[in-house]
Write a protein that binds this ligand. Structure first.
Ligand SMILES: *[C@@H]1O[C@H](CO)[C@@H](O)[C@H](O)[C@H]1NC(C)=O
Ligand SMILES: *[C@@H]1O[C@H](CO)[C@@H](O)[C@H](O)[C@H]1NC(C)=O
Ligand SMILES: *[C@@H]1O[C@H](CO)[C@@H](O)[C@H](O)[C@H]1NC(C)=O
Ligand SMILES: *[C@@H]1O[C@H](CO)[C@@H](O)[C@H](O)[C@H]1NC(C)=O
Ligand SMILES: *[C@@H]1O[C@H](CO)[C@@H](O)[C@H](O)[C@H]1NC(C)=O
Ligand SMILES: *[C@@H]1O[C@H](CO)[C@@H](O)[C@H](O)[C@H]1NC(C)=O
Ligand SMILES: *[C@@H]1O[C@H](CO)[C@@H](O)[C@H](O)[C@H]1NC(C)=O
Ligand SMILES: *[C@@H]1O[C@H](CO)[C@@H](O)[C@H](O)[C@H]1NC(C)=O
Ligand SMILES: *[C@@H]1O[C@H](CO)[C@@H](O)[C@H](O)[C@H]1NC(C)=O
Ligand SMILES: *[C@@H]1O[C@H](CO)[C@@H](O)[C@H](O)[C@H]1NC(C)=O
Ligand SMILES: *[C@@H]1O[C@H](CO)[C@@H](O)[C@H](O)[C@H]1NC(C)=O
Length: 714
């Protein structure tokens, strides 16, 4: 259980201890745990073919005496994906894995949700060019904590009936109605039996991707403006897979099974785990593969486990994985000290100061009963009422604010350098300052007998350093397939509507952009849309590095005119799975066709997968020469000539052949080879990067190049 941690602080507030829901049961003394039995693609279309009876008969073959398959079966996947979830013992799991047609058997994990100047900041203003008729036929599937149907973001004024292609349903549960904006709802947790969002997370991701314009959205009077989604005319289908305890793989796969069959165009999934797992044991990777097969791109958040290396849990090449960055609107709250100095805090304080400074005391000096370390963090029962009453109490832990309040403090200052920690809203004035400010504060407290301070109400300021990748945003490299760069790109992780941040919010931003691109290019493949968004992204601060920001900061207007795309078909992804090491049997189950893998996996070909980024891993202390083969498809002007440029890196010699690509027609393809040569580098975990840019004078088609010096042992 401790493998998974909450990915959003919305959840941090809600989850103190994560409890396992009814995923265990004991039958005949054996522990049975819910597993997913993944059987690949659903290809049989004969009317007599019944996936559920097939699933029950496979189960029957492995279950111990006296256990009925119907009691073991938790759920059958049968609309878009073949497989089922069942309660199994270890032995039954092992036996099932050997059955013909079974690709993988894996335990259902608990995943977590990762938690609007933002659209203006990205350049997609209210006045941007749009295709309203097509946009209104676009459906975004939101796999999340559900949705609040009465939210202003989802009213259906001006919307006609759902698009003809819609095959879904409104099964939101008790007291839940859909409308012509929110056209579909389904839930998957028997503990709740509702699509109503009691957490708030899914409502925010849905409104970020496709919410209506809502005037005067604000948060306690700070950061006023219009809240809106990327494609306000698009329709929404909500799939509830989480409750306050988290989300299960069983539910997530079921949601993909339905969303694909329901006919959504884009799927957004702001969920994930702390660690990456093999693709055939990852419900989001499996579900999104089958979505890709049907032409649906899935957007997934990178995770909130940064800034640590390899913390990105979204690794599949057909997913568009999004990191979180800051935007130019930042919420600050100032602390003014008695000596006139001002410290900048990052929390949200909605309380107006009366202009008076009050006494301020460090937790350490406001405790008579606790050891120094507990006293300075303001642990439970440590803050002395007589010493704290009427004062601002300084605590080194954010949890101390509540303790200070209980002891009669009138404000609290906490210390954190982790930006994702600071938006907790408390019922009294709180400021979260960084460790540099803390040193200044301590020296002030030391310098005077009667220190005083005032916490000002939060204000929105212009952060000119934006966009920078957020500290909490999960980083690459990809620990499963190092040749596939992850995260793919970066988008704003915060919204002005509710000031939630986290990679959760960056994901629906990109889902909105993907839908926007699709309204201009309805026939583009998921990988072409993904390529367009990646290759047009803006460069980000070099200090962030490509393992933090991928291809860069999204550029929605640019993404509709990429010039060239790195396209990939289902067959290309199948080839990649072969090269990764899956055999013909496994690959055929997944693809549902007659694909064949070469006898031995060709790991060396993984880097040649036609990805819009070029990544390779090499060992320390070895000179290297890496060749990447790529093919671009012309989607710009029929007659065009592109010339290559490579960003210099003193540690890499990069050549491209040919250096000029001439196109005569649209959809024409041209291949080229990028050769990257470097000398011996001793230092393990060194990241060398550059950018490859194809330009015809109008379009700039930009791809990151990254070589990771990695022994795998640091
Ligand atoms: C339905 O849910 C809404 C929102 O919680 C609530 O205000 C309303 O009273 C509910 N109606 C019924 C009939 O339960
Ligand atoms: C949810 O529905 C299922 C199936 O109808 C039922 O077994 C379960 O008890 C329900 N759960 C709740 C919390 O009502
Ligand atoms: C961040 O918040 C978590 C949860 O409240 C807490 O455990 C942790 O100590 C905080 N980290 C910092 C640096 O304040
Ligand atoms: C404040 O004073 C205490 C004891 O007098 C000392 O230990 C501490 O280092 C001082 N802190 C600062 C920031 O000057
Ligand atoms: C912040 O400043 C930049 C550069 O001066 C400007 O382009 C941008 O519009 C400003 N943002 C806000 C929210 O005022
Ligand atoms: C990309 O490949 C797919 C499948 O091979 C094809 O249908 C599509 O037309 C290609 N081009 C674009 C721009 O999507
Ligand atoms: C294919 O791989 C699976 C899983 O690794 C293995 O169980 C199976 O025996 C392999 N099949 C063949 C034909 O090698
Ligand atoms: C696979 O090949 C067999 C024999 O060549 C053929 O009968 C079958 O229809 C093919 N299946 C698919 C899914 O293409
Ligand atoms: C690169 O890939 C293309 C398309 O798969 C292929 O036609 C070409 O021969 C390859 N080039 C090299 C040098 O391997
Ligand atoms: C491309 O340019 C050539 C020569 O300049 C011209 O003959 C041809 O018609 C052009 N093709 C298109 C599609 O514009
Ligand atoms: C790059 O090429 C130049 C000229 O051939 C050579 O002097 C240099 O050592 C090379 N650098 C690397 C990192 O291989």
């Amino acid at each position: 259980m401790d493998k998974f941690t909450p990915f959003s602080f919305v959840f941090m507030a809600a989850i103190i201890s994560v409890t396992m829901f009814s995923s265990f049961s004991t039958v005949n003394g054996d522990d049975r745990k819910v597993h997913i039995v993944y059987m690949g693609s659903l290809t049989e279309e004969q009317p007599e073919y019944s996936p559920t009876s097939l699933h029950l008969s496979i189960l029957q073959e492995v279950l111990g005496d006296g256990i009925s398959p119907a009691n073991s079966l938790v759920r059958s996947y049968k609309r878009s994906i073949n497989g089922f979830a069942a309660k199994l013992t270890d032995r039954e799991r092992q036996n099932l894995a050997l059955k013909k047609g079974v690709v993988s058997v894996f335990p259902s994990r608990i995943l977590h949700p990762q938690t609007t100047r933002s659209w203006d900041f990205m350049g997609l203003t209210e006045k941007a060019k749009r295709e309203p008729a097509v946009e209104s036929d676009t459906i975004i599937g939101v796999i999340d904590t559900g949705i609040w149907p009465e939210s202003e973001s989802f009213t259906d004024e001006g919307f006609g009936p759902p698009p003809k292609k819609w095959k879904g349903a409104c099964r939101g549960g008790r007291n839940f109605t859909c409308n012509n904006k929110l056209i579909g709802a389904r839930y998957y947790l028997p503990e709740i039996n509702s699509t109503r969002d009691i957490v708030g997370h899914g409502t925010h991701t849905a409104s970020t991707a496709a919410g209506n314009n809502v005037n005067n959205a604000n948060f306690y009077g700070i950061a006023q403006g219009i809240a809106r989604g990327g494609v306000p005319s698009a329709r929404i289908a909500a799939y509830a897979v989480c409750d306050v305890n988290g989300c299960t793989d069983v539910a997530i796969l079921a949601a993909f099974d339905d969303a694909i069959a329901d006919g959504v165009d884009i799927i957004t999934v702001s969920l994930g785990s702390m660690f990456s797992v093999d693709i055939k044991e990852d419900s989001i990777a499996i579900g999104s593969f089958h979505a890709m097969e049907r032409g649906i791109l899935t957007i997934n958040s990178a995770g909130n486990s940064g800034p640590y290396s390899s913390s990105v849990s979204s690794v599949a090449p057909w997913l568009l994985t999004v990191a979180a960055n800051t935007i130019d609107r930042r919420i600050i709250d100032k602390v003014v000290l008695g000596n006139g100095k001002t410290l900048i805090g990052n929390s949200v304080n909605s309380f107006k100061s009366n202009g008076k400074k009050v006494p301020i005391v460090f937790g350490k000096s406001a405790s008579r009963s606790c050891l120094e370390s507990s006293a300075q963090s303001c642990d439970e029962n440590c803050v002395d009422k007589e010493l704290a009453k009427g004062k601002i109490v300084v605590c080194t832990e954010s949890s101390g604010a509540k303790v200070a309040l209980a002891a009669g403090a009138v404000g609290s200052i906490t210390v954190t350098d982790i930006v994702s920690n600071v938006s907790f809203v408390e019922p009294f004035p709180v400021s979260a300052i960084n460790s540099k400010g803390f040193v200044l504060l301590l020296s002030y407290l030391n310098s005077t007998k009667n220190p005083r301070a005032e916490i000002l109400k939060s204000e929105a300021v212009n952060d000119t350093a934006a966009p920078r990748v957020a500290e909490f945003s999960s980083r690459g490299p990809n620990s499963i397939i190092p040749e596939i760069l992850k995260p793919d790109l970066s988008a704003p992780g915060s919204t002005k509507y509710n000031i939630l941040s986290g990679t959760s919010m960056s994901c629906p931003h990109v889902a909105g952009i993907a839908a926007y691109v699709k309204t201009f290019h309805p026939d583009w493949s998921p990988s072409a849309i993904k390529s367009a968004i990646m290759t047009t992204a803006h460069p980000m601060n070099i200090k962030d590095g490509v393992f933090a920001s991928g291809a860069g900061h999204v550029n929605p207007l640019g993404a509709i005119h990429p010039g060239l795309v790195y396209n990939a078909s289902k067959e290309d992804y199948i080839q990649l799975l072969c090269n990764f090491g899956y055999n013909t049997t496994t690959v055929r189950s997944i693809s549902g066709d007659n694909s064949t893998c070469p006898k031995a996996p060709k790991k060396s070909s993984l880097k040649d997968h036609n990805y819009p980024a070029l990544a390779a891993r090499v060992l320390p202390s070895k000179a290297f020469k890496i060749k990447f083969n790529r093919t671009v498809t012309n989607v710009g002007r029929a007659n065009s000539t592109y010339k290559v440029k490579v960003l210099a890196n003193s540690k890499l010699n990069i050549t491209v052949a040919p250096e000029v690509l001439s196109f005569k027609s649209l959809k024409e393809k041209q291949s080229f080879v990028v050769t990257v040569v470097g000398g011996k580098i001793k230092k393990d975990n060194t990241v060398l990067s550059s950018f490859l840019v194809w330009s015809d004078g109008t379009h700039r088609v930009r791809s990151p190049i990254v070589v990771h010096i990695d022994s795998g042992e640091w």
